[in-house]
Design a protein around this ligand. Structure first.
Ligand code: DGJ
Length: 661
């Protein structure tokens, strides 16, 4: 067997191709000093050998009775390929393995890239033959997981995204995905197998997708990740190449929490380095009832407590007095901004605020002028009425003229007005299938990515927040193209905390947009203190979304104090290693940590029952060094083993832990 090693910071990924050259298989994956080979001993019965080996990429025609990653049909009705290795190249931190099926003249290249401890994988399929081919299944990768059968995943719905759950799979298959043309509220493209060492896979795709964990009869887990096939598949013309999105895999000997740290590093490396600015967003305060003078009133209060960017959300454009109209007609409503948007922005600047604007460029209201002028731009299945969701339709972003319209709309807004921040929303799934002979999902998502990339390129000073009716478009592909992501419309303290804990397992704190509001919980309505609510939002990119005219002077003063404290450590939050604690979370920087502790149970805050004092052991400190926490000094070893006290009456704490020597 020929083998190739991708050596990461602390882990290695070893791929081999047996002498017959028919497939690549996983040889080992794990920490450098704990690499155990993945071996399948014994004899297979009634199945080909490929069906029991730990295949890296399983092609129908090589593998038959267990799940495959690629199914390609051609003329004559066959859907089998029998490729063999023809070439391999290994530039630094990369690997390319090329397999060719001589009969069909199909070339399959498996691509690998090691970034930190993350293995990026994708596949390119090229049709070198004379006939049209159809890809019916087209995964990005299959990741064999050397051990474990507890499969963790994130499920959700609107207002309740990123809920953590797990299944134990002694044998069999577990599948999640989205058929919504968008990443979706229902599941995150994320699966983790966590027993001793945690292995995780994420898919960088913002359209429809599917991920499965399959435990075969030998007990080996294999995770497949890829775009969902449409019922007619993807057509590959002679000479054409299809490239899958990336799937990434990583492992950590420190379980799911450690795996998140590996992924966070990877996401940070793919992000622009920005100081997370404190923003105010008017949505929860005013919804569609936007009036420039009232917005300014809110802005003055926001500026007074230290906010830096004022974002006007939905409702600023013509025809948008509720969610039934306006989308597509991206002109400032003169009734709402009688002096014009420029004058409004000028007034914000005078009080020291930058300006941000909400847009939902992919959608169109049926009553809009755009819908009347360009009915052909509306996505529909031929011969059928388009499906209306939240009173809106989608533009057919697979069309280049629509992509050009969206780009030029954004470019015009950003070039006309002094805009520093864009909140890009998307409030419905893509359900209309259009003409199934086209790769609608691929074209729409490809155009979306091209616009986001051009936005970065042409307007680099503008920060972009990705939002989709809450957290329906949170994935690695978006994480590398926007600056922050909105996890959920649920901002109530205890609900939000749970959502953020799930978010953190796959997405880094510099991406996590989080606002303080006065919202009541959907799931857990128990009240929490003002400090608690701030501390939850300070654990990410802090924003304020409450109606500030309702906050008392005392609350405004407390808010100002929290914002000032946040500004003192926000870069640490954005760049740190994050550790989950028994009652909170710790952001560990070079010589400082920020610790948030939250009382989430119904507890014994008033001390009316006998309880033992609670201590919260910390993480990520050096046992041989001393640390200051508030007015106390502790040895690192004590902080790691015993921890810091956390008892009532406060229901949350924000502590800075400073290394002394
Ligand atoms: C859904 C978003 O998640 C909200 O924050 C808000 O922007 C509304 N859309 C506006 O319609």
């Amino acid at each position: 067997m020929r083998t190739w090693t991708l050596r990461g910071t602390t882990t290695s990924y070893v791929v081999g191709v047996p002498d017959h050259g028919q497939w690549a298989q996983l040889v080992a994956w794990g920490p450098h000093d704990g690499l155990a080979p993945v071996v399948v001993a014994g004899t297979e019965h009634f199945v080909p050998r490929a069906d029991v080996e730990p295949l890296e990429y399983a092609v129908r025609g090589i593998r038959y009775t267990v799940p495959v990653d690629l199914v390609v049909s051609g003329p004559g009705g066959s859907d089998e390929l029998r490729p063999t290795l023809t070439n391999s190249t290994q530039p630094p931190q990369r690997l390319e393995l090329e397999f060719v099926d001589e009969v069909r003249a199909v070339r399959i290249v498996l691509h690998y890239r090691m970034v930190g401890d993350v293995v990026e994988r994708w596949v390119a399929v090229r049709n070198d033959g004379p006939d049209e081919l159809v890809l019916h299944r087209h995964d990005s990768a299959g990741f064999v997981v050397p051990g474990g059968n507890t499969v963790k995943y994130l499920w959700g719905e609107w207002n309740s995204e990123f809920q953590q759950a797990s299944v134990t799979l002694p044998r069999g298959r577990f599948t999640i995905g989205s058929a919504q043309g968008i990443t979706g509220h229902s599941y995150s493209p994320y699966l983790v197998v966590d027993d001793d060492v945690a292995y995780g896979v994420q898919l960088a795709w913002s359209g429809s997708w599917e991920m499965s964990a399959d435990v075969d009869t030998t007990g080996l887990v294999r995770i497949q990740a890829g775009r969902t096939s449409s019922s007619l598949g993807i057509t590959l013309k002679p000479g054409g190449t299809w490239v899958s999105p990336k799937a990434v895999g990583a492992c950590s000997a420190e379980g799911t929490d450690g795996l998140a740290r590996v992924i966070h590093d990877y996401e940070r490396a793919a992000s622009r380095k920005r100081v997370p600015k404190v923003l105010y967003n008017s949505w929860f305060a005013t919804e569609f009832e936007i009036r420039a003078d009232h917005q300014l009133e809110l802005a003055r209060r926001a500026a007074g407590i230290g906010v830096e960017t004022f974002v006007v959300d939905d409702g600023w454009f013509v025809g948008r007095s509720d969610d039934t109209g306006g989308l597509g007609d991206w002109e400032v409503d003169p009734a709402k901004f009688p002096g014009g948007l420029d004058a409004f922005i000028g007034q914000l600047k005078e009080i020291g605020l930058d300006f941000g604007l909400w847009v939902e460029p992919e959608s169109v209201s049926p009553t809009s002028q755009l819908a009347r002028e360009h009915p052909e731009w509306i996505l529909r299945t031929p011969g059928r009425d388009p499906i209306l969701i939240r009173n809106q339709l989608l533009l057919d972003l697979s069309r280049d003229d629509v992509a050009e319209f969206i780009w030029s709309t954004l470019d015009r807004l950003l070039s006309t007005y002094d805009i520093s921040y864009l909140k890009w929303d998307a409030n419905r799934p893509r359900l209309d299938s259009g003409d199934q002979r086209r790769d609608l999902d691929g074209r729409v998502v490809g155009n979306l990515y091209r616009i986001l990339e051009k936005l970065r390129d042409r307007h680099p000073e503008v920060s972009v927040e990705g939002c989709a009716g809450g957290g329906a478009r949170v994935d690695l592909a978006m994480a590398s193209r926007v600056d922050t992501l909105w996890p959920s419309d649920n901002t109530a303290p205890l609900d939000r905390l749970r959502i953020q804990e799930g978010f953190r397992t796959g997405f880094a704190p510099h991406l996590m947009s989080s606002w303080v509001t006065d919202a009541e919980g959907t799931h857990d309505g128990r009240e929490r203190s003002f400090d608690f609510r701030f501390h939850v939002a300070m654990a990410g990119v802090l924003g304020i979304g409450a109606d500030l005219s309702r906050w008392t002077d005392d609350q405004l003063k407390t808010a100002a104090r929290h914002i000032e404290q946040y500004k003192g450590f926000r870069e640490l939050i954005a760049e740190s290693k994050v550790y989950g604690l028994s009652a909170g979370v710790q952001y560990v920087g070079a010589d400082r940590s920020v610790v948030f502790l939250w009382e989430t149970g119904d507890g014994n805050m008033r001390g009316t029952l006998p309880t033992r004092p609670r201590q919260v052991p910390l993480a990520g400190v050096d046992p041989a060094k001393n640390y200051r926490v508030g007015n106390e000094t502790y040895p690192g070893s004590y902080l790691l083993q015993v921890g810091i006290p956390f008892d009532g009456p406060a229901d949350s704490h924000c502590l800075v832990v400073e290394q002394l020597d």
